[in-house]
Design a protein around this ligand. Structure first.
Ligand code: FAD
Length: 398
């Protein structure tokens, strides 16, 4: 073992940096983040980049510039967990010991789980806003399309902000409408659920936009296979069986799952095929290892995974970990809050706030107004939140 730290954080994404920053603010010393990437990415802006309302450069900062004050950074990846000896092994072979471990390496995109998809991406006829490297292709293809068929897909199963799959679709439709080509473009959307989202108030707003833009929705459906040379997508749905759609551009959100190195570790619940970290969904403490904690997309919590959920999770986890360091019981509770902001046009948004049973949980109590199509929430999503993210959230201040 080459070093030992009071708190080791696995992953320096939204969860890792904001919880590390908060712990440092609460006076915990010797917090280190293990993160391999040179650059930090603000993923919610990816939808705007693909939809033409932001530039890719606005979603990226050097990792060194966003590490919170009084927090250390080890530029490496964790390869293995050994919770019985309180150590993690890094890709470099080095071992790190810890008093407490926070596990938040995010979610994994399973591009190869759809036959033909990777090949279609290589040809440039398919792309996504779920990979930074594909944002350029996605935004160009959506911008330059003048006629033909475009298929958007949202995958079943766990996903990082599942509804964000829809954001570039509405942005593109609004752009095509403004440039007079929408009538010449057939837009097909493949969604795994019976409705667009799953909350009546939000569904009502989204269905109105779907009709306005003339989007054909394939419900309870999924992308099964792509024939890259033939430019067709095979869609399967519970009600209608399978259907092959010829596309001019295919915009995919890939199926997602727990990172492989996590699935292979002792941290998921025994026998859980999901592979996410087994935590008490309220305290965020591991069910079997009391000095291990998890939050964000990698945690087996009951909420819909999102950056908005982290606003509350980071506070709960940091308070509980400080209590544990002081020998007290962790009493803070996460209530399952999550968000999904739908950019339904290039100037308006429908903002969903809900709990882990998809019941409304508005930040401003008794005012369901944010769930309606509004200009104010669009401005917040596009301009205010990115600023708050870079300056406050990543420092553990919001
Ligand atoms: C396209 C897109 C749009 C989204 N839009 C929204 C939105 O509008 N609103 C919203 O609230 N949420 C949105 N989200 C979700 C939000 O971005 C995530 O929920 C949030 O980033 C989760 O934070 P995290 O730290 O768990 O994971 P991430 O932010 O993904 O960070 C995980 C980090 O772990 C690192 N890592 C991975 N493996 C290892 C390893 N072995 N060792 C060490 N480090 C490792 C990664 O490099 C990464 O930096 C969106 C997500 C995407 C992809």
């Amino acid at each position: 073992m080459t070093s030992h730290h009071r708190v080791v954080v696995v992953g320096g994404g939204n969860a890792g940096l904001s919880v590390a920053g908060r712990l440092a603010r609460y006076g915990v010393d010797d917090v280190v983040v293990v993160e391999p990437r040179e650059h930090h990415r603000y993923q919610p802006l990816f939808s705007h980049v693909a939809g033409g309302t932001a530039r890719a450069s606005q979603a990226v900062r050097r990792q060194a510039d966003v590490i919170p004050r009084r927090v250390g950074w080890i530029q490496d990846a964790v390869a293995e967990f050994d919770p019985d000896s309180d150590t993690v092994r890094l890709s470099s072979g080095e071992e790190l010991g810890y008093d407490h471990l926070i596990v938040c390496p995010g979610i994994q995109e399973d591009w190869d789980s759809i036959p033909g998809l990777s090949e279609a991406i290589r040809t440039g006829a398919a792309a996504s806003h779920y990979a930074f490297e594909l944002l350029g292709t996605a935004s160009r293809r959506l911008r330059d399309l003048r006629a033909g068929t475009v298929v958007f897909t949202q995958p079943p199963g766990p996903a990082s902000c599942a509804g964000a799959a829809q954001k570039p679709m509405y942005l593109a439709c609004d752009y095509w409408r403004a440039t007079g080509v929408l009538a010449d473009i057939r837009v097909v959307f493949v969604v795994p659920t019976p409705t667009m989202f799953g909350m009546p108030a939000i569904d009502e707003e989204l269905e109105r936009k779907v009709e306005e833009y003339g989007i054909e929705v394939r419900r309870e459906a999924r992308l099964l296979e792509v024939d890259a040379p033939g430019s067709t997508a095979l869609i399967g749905s519970t009600a209608d069986g399978t259907e092959r759609i010829a596309y001019d551009y295919l915009h995919v959100v890939p199926p997602q799952s727990a990172p492989d190195f996590l699935k292979a570790s002792p941290l998921p619940a025994p026998g859980d095929p999901g592979g996410f970290v087994e935590v008490d969904p309220r305290t965020l403490r591991h069910a079997r290892y009391p000095n291990i904690w998890s939050l964000g997309d990698a945690a087996a919590t009951t909420n819909s995974k999102s950056g908005g959920a982290l606003r509350k999770q980071t506070k709960v986890l940091a308070r509980n970990l400080v209590a544990a360091l002081d020998g007290r019981e962790p009493v803070a509770r996460y209530d399952g809050y999550s968000v999904c902001p739908f950019t339904v046009s290039r100037r308006t948004m429908v903002f969903a706030e809900f709990d882990d049973e998809y019941r409304p949980q508005p930040t401003i109590p008794f005012w369901p107004g944010l769930a309606r199509e509004r200009r104010l929430t669009w401005l917040a999503d596009r301009y205010v939140l990115p600023w708050v993210y870079w300056h406050l959230i990543l420092q553990g201040r919001a």
